[in-house]
Design a protein around this ligand. Structure first.
Ligand code: 3EB
Length: 338
């Protein structure tokens, strides 16, 4: 007797202002805005709260079927499991895992970030989900200097890079990611990982790989791929990293309009690179996007431009006012295409 099981990946769904977080049984719920930041596990779900003003944005994570596979041992019947171990909240079901940590603010971020990153990756491996395919990093006062005069984003990048080094992760195996500011201190990180499917990384011909940025942007380069593709038999999913107005390794454009135009062009170029390897993505649409804007006055212009360039289902392109990881950048955009 043969049986098959659903091959799935995790995708987000966004809701604003209403506490619908546990409807549809998500694996995780990230709340953008709340008084008390942290990670907790309840009702079979990881709840992560990031500091910030209300109204709150809720991002829930749901398994989506992308194919079917012959059952390999018990993978077909692995039920929902959740837990919190050494500060890492995690939940898994079948072949998908969500895991997250929150670290209190520190005078220097590097050590705490390295320690927690290593725990996060090690936990993913130990639970049986070694294929990390997308990560998000949010840090307070991202453009301010730490006690030693190093910008906190760069301080963070050192800890992250050291953790990947220590665990033997090759540069070309780094997942797609986002790195963005928070209105208050501390560091929030979460990831999604798969039991058996390795993501395929895609770099952008118009940009230097971030992990090769020269030292003028920090002692250790940012550890992420421009995009990761998860290929299923019935659906292929493109996870775009946070994308900003950068060509080569340099920030370009002084005005919002210039930066927006270059960001959109950069996303088109990244998408074209992904389509070369995965032609089925040509028929794809953005299922969701997440927009980050430094200044509140720029919100409506960014929303309108992105909506025109990359139409998304209603409500699935939320915008957060946040600092971007380089002080001169005004806008950053991430997205999921399928
Ligand atoms: C850039 O391209 C813009 O440090 O995890 C985008 C995506 C950016 C992820 C990260 C940073 C990160 O360098 C910033």
């Amino acid at each position: 007797m043969t049986s098959s099981f659903k091959r799935r990946v995790l995708v987000p769904h966004y809701a604003r202002g209403t506490p619908v977080e546990t409807a549809h049984n998500p694996l995780a719920c990230v709340r953008y805005g709340g008084d008390e930041a942290g990670v907790e596990v309840a009702q079979g779900c990881v709840f992560m709260t990031l500091p910030g003003p209300s109204p709150v944005l809720y991002e829930t994570w749901h398994p989506m079927q992308i194919g079917e596979q012959q059952a390999e041992g018990a993978a077909s019947i692995i039920p929902r499991m959740v837990g919190k171990e050494s500060g890492i909240g995690w939940s898994c079901e079948g072949d998908v895992l969500f895991a997250a940590f929150w670290v209190q603010d520190q005078p220097e971020l590097c050590d705490a970030v390295q320690t927690h990153y290593e725990r996060l990756i090690t936990l993913s491996r130990q639970k049986g989900f070694p294929h990390i395919y997308r990560m998000w990093n949010y840090l307070g006062a991202i453009n301010q200097d730490n006690e030693y005069g190093e910008e906190r984003y760069r301080d963070f990048c050192r800890g992250r890079a050291q953790a990947f080094d220590a665990l033997g992760v090759e540069l070309t195996a780094l997942p797609a990611a986002t790195g963005i500011g928070l209105p208050a201190g501390g560091v929030a990180v979460y990831l999604i990982a798969h039991r058996v499917m390795q993501g395929v990384n895609v770099e952008n011909p118009s940009q230097l790989p971030a992990y090769h940025y020269p030292p003028r942007y920090g002692r250790r380069s940012p550890s992420f791929a421009r995009a990761t593709v998860m290929e299923g038999e019935s659906q292929t999913v493109l996870y775009l990293s946070g994308t900003a107005s950068i060509r080569g390794h340099e920030s370009v454009g002084h005005t919002l309009d210039e930066q927006l135009a270059i960001t959109i062009e950069t996303i088109h170029s990244l998408r074209a690179a992904a389509e070369k390897r995965f032609p089925c993505l040509q028929a794809g649409r953005f299922e969701s996007m997440k927009l980050y804007v430094r200044h509140p006055k720029d919100v409506s212009v960014v929303q309108a431009a992105i909506e025109r360039a990359f139409p998304c289902p209603a409500g699935q392109a939320p915008l957060l006012v946040a600092d971007i990881c380089r002080a001169e950048l005004l806008v950053e955009v991430e997205g999921i295409l399928l």
